[in-house]
Design a protein around this ligand. Sequence first.
Ligand SMILES: Nc1nc2c(ncn2[C@@H]2O[C@H](COP(=O)(O)OP(=O)(O)OP(=O)(O)O)[C@@H](O)[C@H]2O)c(=O)[nH]1
Ligand SMILES: [Mg+2]
Length: 330
Amino acid sequence: MAVNLTPQYHEAEAEFKKAQTAEERLECLKKMWALVPKHKASEKLQAEIKKKLSDTKEEIEHDRKSPKKAGVSYKIPKQGAGQYVFVGAPNTGKSRLLTRVTRATPEVAPYPFTTREPHAGMMEWEDARVQLIDLPPITPDFMESWVSSMVRSADAALLFVDVGDDDGPFAAEAVLERLAQTKTVLIGEVPKEIEDPSVQYVKTLLVANKIDLPGAEDRLTVVRELFGPKFPIHAISAEHGTNVEELRTAIYQFLNMIRVYTKKPGKPADMASPYTCPVGSTLLQMAAMVHRDFEDQLKSARIWGTGVFDGQTVTRDHVLHDKDVVELHM
Ligand SMILES: Nc1nc2c(ncn2[C@@H]2O[C@H](COP(=O)(O)OP(=O)(O)OP(=O)(O)O)[C@@H](O)[C@H]2O)c(=O)[nH]1
Ligand SMILES: [Mg+2]
């Protein structure tokens, strides 16, 4: 026997499929329940809707009791000059560094597997900003399923090695191997020619952390032997701040970006918030960041900065330098 559902029912069901939140789903399910014909032929469908209703109610109840922490999301939109992910074995000091160089407050604890969700913070460097994302740890047996996709989409990574622990360098090797299983390769410099397009290379700085602990210098020698040929190495103490300033500079500079300021005709330049674009960017590429319309409508530009005289008129393919000031004309 046919169930004979009304167009209104189908509409409610389509809305249900498109619903983004549990609350929206609940509203749609209530409508579907009101609209479903209550006879023998639709018993199975009625049971399905009832089950979904009770599951959804439970889900809402559960979320209310344990709300997700603010700021936590698994898709973190890029901000600032570039996005870094923090990668490493448990307890290597990833979260501690984030608390030191940003205002973010992930939990820091003297035991492994403290971090379960990504935490993002913005690091300021001079007048530029870099987005840093602390991730859960990686071991040979444990890697959250979403971690490798976040690593793959980042602009760069920090690989943490605990030089306060004899096992530190080997735990870091295991992290690299585990990521490589997902065709994600951390490397100091991304090769110019990529043979296997399914492999994602992520340029990476190695952070040898806990340099303050006894025996750390000897372990650092091991780290340099094992990883020196592959990664730039920064030995720091996230806890005490040793070499953290140098690391901050390296984090920004490794992104290979330039800062460009804009000015309006007859007005001083806006020096408060630079645009950041990759080294080698042309005027047109930068202008497109300021406004999409410039892509077609950029008529001319004047520039103050490196390799030009003040206020020189330049063409669209002029290559910009760090700290150039540009005046764009439509
Ligand atoms: N002595 C010393 N201890 C540190 C240093 N950095 C972090 N720690 C300590 O190491 C422990 C682990 O630090 P976390 O920042 O929680 O480590 P994590 O890498 O985020 O750990 P997971 O979240 O489990 O991956 C904490 O007790 C920190 O206080 C450091 O430079 N020196
Ligand atoms: Mg942590």
